[in-house]
Design a protein. Structure first.
Lengths: 201, 201, 201, 201
DNA sequence: TATGAATGAGCTTTCATTCAT
DNA sequence: AATGAATGAAAGCTCATTCAT
């Protein structure tokens, strides 16, 4: 059973790479099989269909993200720390599993073409959780409340995703803690304090 | 001539709608013909191929955007006013031609799979112009310069595009100056002053 | 009426060129119209269909050939003179109207794909007439009669057509009476006296 | 492997039949599939495209012909025997594989429309080899040398191909050694000794 | 007579999926 | 479990022909 599971996951990972390299629509099942070093039919033995394969990948992605949201965030932390956790999660994922992030950025987060209702729900759920985080912080007085939580979270996620998007579109790898640190710091800085020069200047 | 041109544009607009509704890959030429109320072959009479049709749509989009960047912005204006113009352009476009914005958001701004080199160039050009705007403002002292212009412009565009993206993914129409005003104000407020509560509070 | 007829013939001649240049199947009605400097629809005004156009060309060809067979040959002449007339007719035609000969050689004389029953009949009729010529000469004792007339005429026509075919496939023009003379002489020499060296040698 | 190869060849043979029956342009991939009793897609599984399929057929033809020219001819034989080998090869092929000969006669030997440069080269190569054979015989004094080798070989091949062409256009089968013998004898007789009655007569 | 926009049947090809082994 | 041959529905595109003006 473990062996079987392993094989299934193996194929999934190669599929992930092919989907990232070529996009969902341009990816061929034959290419996935070839990448996994496996026969054509075996892909179907382990995964019902192309769509199924894609959903399994998304599940993996959402699983990790939700796990982080469930366990990685301390509700009593300051929102700055919480958002830092989110940012770092994305950056870490991009470093360790760039294909997955790539797919999320290009095929899910702006898709609409591939967004089945079920997938859209997952996405909205994620947006919703971030919004709740922001709203709670507003209640605690950590964030201004004259901008709706929905807006603030949209701006935050937009900045984060688009930051990743530039990396993704340039096929730019992310190496070294320094770069991650800089991205996170700048993102948080701008989000909390804005883009204006310091008052004293 | 006018009549002919009109027909061509007509087909383009219906194609725009179909591409928006179904995405480039899922859009069928037959659907475009049907939507436009013309025969199958006529679409090809006016547009060389499916890809061509899509490119014509993108050209229209980039044409408008570049025109706005060329003529709509006063280089001596404060960057806040310049960014406001950009925001309003997107919102106005979304109001008057939601399909076009939809396609830009879903098929271009994060695609990578469908992004031919030529298309990617257009996109990078647009990113570059915004970055220049930000950099100039930094030089004039209107924006903090301890965050790179590339980062600031990414955050700004990310917030803007994702804001539109939420409208797009919900198929949410945008009507009334009030809503547009609110979005623009909030976006600018957060971008310039950040999300923290006012100091005095 | 004369004017109308002229226009019709005019289009036919340009069609002839296009059919020759591209072959029947690869020839486009639009190309014929363009070559003739005439609008798309006008070709159809004068000629019912593409097939019709092609048939009109063949009719022209067969017309000339039959006319030559009817009036150009003296039944009492020696067969050598008769065959010389045939050879010269083909060579003259190739000189003055290479398109027509080209089409006969490439699209008719070996086609079978484009050969409708009607067209095949025309072809067989032509073969038949040549055979009769040969048979008559055999009766007159001008040709050996231990090879069937059908064979002899096939060999003769094969040599002639294939000779033209090499010109056609190389797009080689035929200029000057000298070359024509040489071809005709050689062809007749071989046909009548064979390829062996003279006995006396 | 043998089984797979067999299937591929099987499809090729049915394709050959359909191409012969309808000509390259009028042949439909669906018809080939149907004739072979396989599904639509399987034809493409084994052969890349329609053009490819056709090229494979030609390759088969040229392969056999070149093999015969390479190994079937003794350079020291009298030219009469060499030409007899060529004639018999064509006749044998027509008997055992009439489709292949049919295609050569109708789609290659006079085509020009379908003749890609690569195909034309094969054809010219074949013509060239025959010419060399004739030229060598002229040097040995076995053939008159006051007619250029190019002409003599054209006349010979023209007679041979046209002889076959009459069989082909009439869909006339060739059975029995007697008929083959007669054709070969007559062809050689006329080619070497000409069509005139014997001197002594 | 003359135009060229409009039509749509029909073509080759692709590729996710199934199935016999 | 594993293979890859076999399937066939659809897709984009072409182009002879028609038709309104």
């Amino acid at each position: 059973v473990t062996d079987k599971e392993k094989r299934k996951i193996d194929i999934l990972e190669y599929a992930c790479r092919v989907f990232r390299e070529r996009g969902y629509h341009n990816a061929r099942m034959a290419q996935i099989a070839e990448a996994a070093g496996v026969s054509y039919g075996l892909v179907y033995h382990y995964h019902k269909s192309k769509e199924n394969l894609f959903d399994a990948i998304l599940e993996k992605w959402w699983g990790g993200l939700n796990e982080m949201m469930d366990n990685g965030l301390d509700a009593h932390e300051h929102v700055a720390d919480q958002l830092a956790v989110i940012i770092n999660y994305f950056l870490d994922q991009y470093e360790s599993n760039p294909d997955l992030v790539h797919i999320f950025i290009t095929e899910v987060s702006r898709s609409s073409a591939n967004l089945t209702p079920a997938r859209l729900d997952m996405f909205k759920h994620w947006i919703g959780r971030t919004e709740s985080l922001i709203a709670a912080a507003q209640k605690r007085g950590e964030l201004r409340d004259n901008i709706k939580a929905r807006y603030l979270s949209t701006f935050f996620l937009g900045a984060l995703e688009t930051m990743l998007s530039t990396l993704v579109l340039n096929n730019q790898p992310l190496r070294g803690a320094a770069q991650k640190k800089r991205i996170a710091t700048n993102l948080l800085e701008q989000f909390f304090n804005g883009a204006l020069p310091p008052k004293g200047k």
